[in-house]
Design a protein around this ligand. Structure first.
Ligand code: UT7
Length: 341
């Protein structure tokens, strides 16, 4: 009699089976920003690694970007179906309701469970963990997870520190029920937060704490604000600690990692994380030169770009790590699937 499959290799897992991305067509180069802000291409490239970014037009909302990326991920998965739709975003269409139900409806997925994930730039990794939990608990068999942000809606266009960094975009994955041993399996996860540093990355007004921005700080309070230097240090520390923790959980050594796919915050941050982990910088997947920091969209956009360029081979081991406001951080492991996504 054949023994039933037991152990790690047969444990339920979420498996990557679809990948898609979309950025608004409008490209804003460093030169264009320099024509209206006190900055220049050299400063931006040397301090951030960013050469250009895509910005949404007035009236183009996060759901518009998310629908395009979601549609392309479903197409790549070979099926228009999903039982749950998650949208990781810091820039939802509205404070209420969530953006995910609208995205689901526009993708023909009315009736699916749908909700937003709010973990700022860590949103995609938190979303992956949530999608995996829905699948491994048997609540869903197929989940569409979109990371989408329209930072141009919240960044003050006159704020040179942030205007040069952030861009708009959306990336999406489809996850299906499967098993831990198969290529495409996602997990384990390391997730964390530290709310004592709430003020490091913040949009102060518009929520229940400060309902409307007014007075002398009205402009600042109604826009995205970030303490760049402190965030930089936290980002390197948190992503590298979290990456190490998830590698230990998964039983992978650093040497076994084929590709590090970090949240695309700043090229110097990404290289520092690789250096701390003692991973060759060439193994670090970067896409921010063309799109900037796209928040919750950055990891799936980087995955989609690298997949398009043929960077990943079936069975390659990927280490994903992210850091963002909250503070929040998180990491996960992924073996690249056999079938093209
Ligand atoms: O996605 C969430 C996570 N986000 C991040 O991880 C971003 C983390 N932080 C960073 O990437 C970097 O801190 C920045 C790119 C935001 C800034 O780089 P930095 O090397 O930390 O520069 P800084 O803030 O220390 O500024 C250095 C100088 C300052 O001038 P002074 O005080 O030395 O005279 C700034 O005023 O650069 C000036 N500066 C600029 N100069 C030209 C700031 N922004 C600009 C600019 N162009 N766009």
């Amino acid at each position: 009699m054949t023994a039933p499959l037991t152990g790690v290799a047969s444990a339920p897992a979420a498996v990557l089976c679809g990948l898609g991305s979309w950025v608004p067509p409008r490209v804003v180069t460093n030169e264009e920003l320099a024509s209206r802000l006190d900055t220049d291409d050299r400063w931006i490239r040397s301090r951030t690694g960013i050469g250009s970014r895509h910005l949404a037009e007035q009236g183009q909302a996060t759901s518009d970007l998310a629908v395009e990326a979601g549609r392309s991920a479903l197409r790549s998965a070979g099926s228009p179906h999903a039982d749950a739709v998650l949208v990781a975003t810091t820039t939802p269409d509205r404070l209420c309701p969530a953006t995910a139900p609208l995205v689901a409806a526009r993708l023909g997925l009315c009736g699916a469970a749908a909700f937003d994930i709010a973990a700022v730039c860590t949103g995609f990794v938190y979303g992956l963990a949530t999608a995996c939990a829905l699948i491994t608990s048997g609540t869903a068999r197929r989940v569409l997870l979109v990371g989408a942000d329209t930072y141009s809606a919240v960044v003050d266009p006159e704020d040179r520190a942030n205007a040069v960094i952030f861009g708009d975009g959306a990336g999406a994955v489809v996850l299906r029920a499967g098993h831990t041993g198969e290529p495409g399996a996602v997990g384990p996860f390391d997730l964390g937060s530290d709310g004592t540093h709430e003020e490091m990355i913040m949009i102060a007004a518009g929520g229940s704490r400060l309902r409307t921005a007014s007075g002398e700080h009205a402009r600042r309070d109604s826009h995205f604000a970030m303490r760049g230097k402190e965030v930089y240090r936290q980002a390197v520390r948190r992503m590298s600690d979290s990456a190490r923790a998830v590698l230990a959980q998964g039983g992978w050594t650093v040497g076994e990692v084929d590709h590090l796919v970090p949240h695309q915050a700043n090229l110097r941050i990404l290289h520092s994380v690789a250096d701390v982990l003692e991973l060759p910088r060439e193994r670090c997947v970067t896409h921010l030169e063309k799109v900037g920091n796209t928040g919750a969209a950055s990891i799936p956009l980087a995955l989609a770009d690298a997949a398009r360029r043929g960077v990943f081979r079936p069975g390659d081991r990927l280490l994903l790590t992210a850091f963002g406001g909250g503070l929040t951080w998180g990491s996960s492991l992924l073996t690249w699937p056999d079938a093209p996504v």
